[in-house]
Design a protein around this ligand. Sequence first.
Ligand code: F3S
Length: 108
Amino acid sequence: THVVSDSCIRCKYTDCVDVCPVDCFREGPNMLVIDPDECIDCAVCIPECPVNAIYAEEDLPSDQLHFIKINADLTSAPGWKSITKRKEALPDADEWKDKTNKLSELVR
Ligand code: F3S
C-alpha cells in the first residue's frame, strides 16, 4: 500500500485525490489517509503532492513508520469519508507546509 505521512497534516492540498484510479483516499479534518485495502500501489499520487507526503510503504522514512497504522486506523474512523475530487487546501496550509513532526496537530 501507499501511505500519507506527516507533511499532509494541516495542509491537505488534495491534489492527490484527482489522480487516484481506485478512490482510496479518506478525508479527516486536517489530513487525508489512504485505505490500505483499496490502494493498488499504482504510485500516481506520489508526484502530485506538493509537500511529498505520500510514500510507498516500503519507502517510508524510518521516522514515518507510525503512519502505516495511522492510515489503517483512520480509514475506518468515524467521520472519515471518501474524497475523490480536489478541493481548496486548508486556509493556513502554506504556513504549515514546511513544518515537521506535526502529529500532535492531527485531528482524528
Ligand atoms: Fe495531503 Fe499531499 Fe494529498 S498534502 S491531501 S497528501 S496532495
